[in-house]
Ligand binder design. Structure first.
Ligand code: DGP
Length: 113
């Protein structure tokens, strides 16, 4: 996707704090961290959100979750972390490229929303 912000980050056209990359996944630090560790995990293939994954393969989707586990280990989140994927306007999704927020390094609020 030519003008997608996260596609540009994946292509290296916009700098990012990369923490992980493999054939299917790119992960980088959120520009506006909400926790001591705040990493965005994105599939390299463009999907708008979880509402748009009909054409994604099981392997592409599983790669995101496997990357989450590896990054949590890399970031030493042995005490736990929260995984969030905002999907659509009610969830305040601001970047229309599927992504998972890994939030950790502090006690999260009991209420999720
Ligand atoms: P969401 O609201 O769930 O769509 O989250 C989008 C996140 O993307 C938000 O937490 C801020 C982050 N973000 C937006 N622009 C950039 C950028 O240019 N670089 C990085 N690293 N993160 C960005």
């Amino acid at each position: 996707m030519e003008n997608c912000l996260f596609c540009k980050i994946i292509r290296g056209e916009i700098p990012s704090g990369k923490v992980y990359e493999d054939e299917n996944v790119y992960a980088f630090r959120d520009i506006n961290p909400q926790a001591p560790v705040h990493v965005l995990v994105v599939p390299k293939k463009h999907f708008v959100s979880l509402s748009d994954i009909q054409s994604a393969s099981d392997g592409e989707l599983a790669a995101c979750l496997r990357a989450v586990r590896l990054i949590a280990e890399q970031e030493k989140l042995e005490n736990g972390y929260r995984l969030v994927s905002n999907c659509g306007p009610d969830a305040c999704q601001s970047v229309p490229h599927l992504h998972f927020h890994i939030l950790g390094g502090r006690q999260m609020a009991d209420q999720m929303a």
